[in-house]
Design a protein around this ligand. Structure first.
Ligand code: NAD
Length: 498
């Protein structure tokens, strides 16, 4: 594996000021993948300084949207050209199966293409007349880039989470500092190289790898940052918001979830099982919107559990680079221990483990866990209420629609929800009752670059993707002109106004 011991600051690959590194590990075999540059506050200061100068003096915010769009398209092409290689890096760093990594990388390229399209039309749409009741004035609302963005991202979809922030920020004309997760830092560094090759001016995208406390916290606290865009856990999100409060920084947060899936008893059982499995076992269940709470109407409860258990046992587990593997290892030793503990806690609270939860016998090394189905999970249990971030589905029965809606909404999270029934009117009705930012009908998880993504309640603030994602990185300025030929005449009473 090549060296990743440098940060990308002001268009250059530089060693961290303190010269430190940390290790990123392949979760399939627990071997060290690479020594990675460990940024500290001094490096973050240099990176923010570079982004600040690029914003205040550099060409990027002053280019036309079409010019920025052309570079975003080159970044997308750069990703597509190296799709296989980047996907393999992602598998080694994160553990996910190769077809999923290829899907992520294709989506990341698509995200740059989508925001290239929005950048190309931004100038034409940047200024909008505002109708004023007072006819002596005319006014417009104008969109402008917000400034320097600090983006902090998690480890579950490393390149895709980077794209969700970098693409709209750059499209808007912002400059930025990106801090990837210390567990999966490699593809963010690759992205810096791709962007530089695509002609992105120096200082526009800076990438600082490092630990949360050493590199993330100084970025969140830096007075030179105008906007903080964070994806990660609720406790860190809360800390980021507190840091932002001091300088009144604009913040958007994409946090955790405990997303319900309501299955009515007129559903096709095979379709229900397939979408539940896609919802909770895709990406090892390390998905913020994972289908982690399943509510099944009483008549379907036993047969659905039987079929789900049978299918979960058939999932091929192993190194994500091996053919036919559908479930890779969890990302780290820490995550593995956390998920194992959560399963034990769930059983102690009365949940019935129907399958999974052990290390597969053929895998001596790596952070592998067999997919878990927990039934009869009590509504007030910790495991029903808290995010586990692993391949663990909690299931319980319900009797009627009102009970399902109440139970689904009974959570401090509100990222996603799903409902399945052959009665579409019922699906549409229930979808509108969900207190969640994303609701799927007769499916779960498909995510589209064009549509808004984000949560209610403690799942976050703001929306990413689509036009909403671009708005995260735009300020709105009012420009108002006095049109009347009459003097204002409040203090100075001229002859004409008398
Ligand atoms: P995390 O909060 O531990 O870390 C996220 C990022 O924050 C990492 O880059 C980390 O280094 C950094 N960080 C940690 N402490 C920091 C601090 N004090 N100041 C600044 N930065 C700091 O989360 P994680 O374990 O990497 O990711 C899992 C979480 O992310 C889950 O809760 C999941 O639901 C959430 N998530 C949400 C979405 C979404 O779109 N809503 C998407 C993916 C993941």
């Amino acid at each position: 594996m090549k060296s990743y011991d440098r940060l990308f600051i002001d268009g250059e690959w530089v060693k961290p000021v303190e010269g430190g590194t940390f290790q990123t590990v392949n979760p399939s075999d627990e071997t060290v993948l690479a020594d990675v540059a460990a940024a500290t506050a001094e490096d973050v200061d240099l990176a923010v300084g570079a982004a600040r100068e690029a914003f205040d003096e550099g060409p990027w915010p002053r280019m036309s949207g079409a010019e920025r769009g052309a570079i975003l398209r080159k970044i997308a092409a750069g990703i597509r050209e190296r799709l296989d290689e980047l996907a393999q890096i992602e598998v080694r760093d994160n553990g996910k199966p190769l077809p999923e990594a290829l899907w992520d990388l294709g989506d990341a390229a698509g995200c740059f293409e989508f925001y290239a399209g929005l950048a190309e039309t931004l100038d034409a749409n940047a200024e909008k007349p505002v109708a004023l009741a007072d006819g002596r004035f005319s006014s417009i609302a104008r969109k402008e880039p917000i400034g320097v963005a600090g983006a902090i991202i998690p480890w579950n979809f490393p390149m895709l989470m980077a794209a969700w922030k970098v693409a709209p920020a750059l499209a808007a004309g912002c400059t930025m500092v990106l801090k990837p997760s210390e567990l999966t830092p490699l593809t963010a560094l690759e992205l810096a190289g791709i962007a530089s090759k695509a002609g992105l001016p120096r200082g526009v995208l800076n990438v600082v790898t490092g630990l949360g406390q050493d590199a993330g916290a100084p970025l969140a606290e830096h007075p030179g940052v105008d906007k903080l865009a964070f994806t990660g856990s609720v406790p860190t999100g809360s800390r980021i918001m507190q840091s932002a409060a001091r300088d009144i920084k604009n913040v958007s947060l994409e946090l955790g979830g405990k997303s319900p899936f309501i299955v009515f008893d007129d559903s096709d059982i095979e379709a229900a099982v397939e979408w539940i499995m896609f919802g909770i076992f895709w990406n090892q269940g390390e998905v913020c919107s994972a289908t982690s709470r399943v509510l099944v109407q009483r008549k379907l409860y036993a047969p659905l559990l039987e079929r789900l258990t049978e299918q979960a046992r058939k999932i091929t587990i192993g190194d994500g680079l091996q053919q036919d593997v559908l479930l890779g290892p969890l990302v780290s030793r820490g995550q593995y221990d956390k998920v194992r503990e959560a399963i034990s806690r769930g059983e102690a609270e009365g949940a019935r483990r129907l399958t999974g939860g052990e290390r597969p016998a053929h895998l001596a090394k790596g952070y592998f866990i067999e997919p878990v189905v927990l039934a009869d999970v009590p509504e007030d249990s910790w495991i029903w209420r808290e995010e586990i971030f692993g391949p663990v589905v909690c299931v319980r029965p319900f009797d009627d629609e009102a009970e399902a809606v109440r139970s689904a909404n009974d959570s401090r999270f509100g990222l996603a929800a799903a409902v399945m029934s052959s009665d579409l009117a019922r699906c549409e009705r229930v979808a509108r009752l969900m207190r969640a930012g994303i609701v799927w009908i007769n499916c779960s998880q498909p995510t589209f670059t064009e549509a808004p993504w984000g949560g209610y309640k403690q799942s976050g603030i703001g929306r990413e993707l689509g036009e909403w994602g671009l708005n995260n990185y735009l300020e709105i300025k009012q420009i108002t002109r006095y049109e009347s030929d009459q003097p204002w005449g409040w203090y100075i009473k001229s002859e004409r106004s008398e």
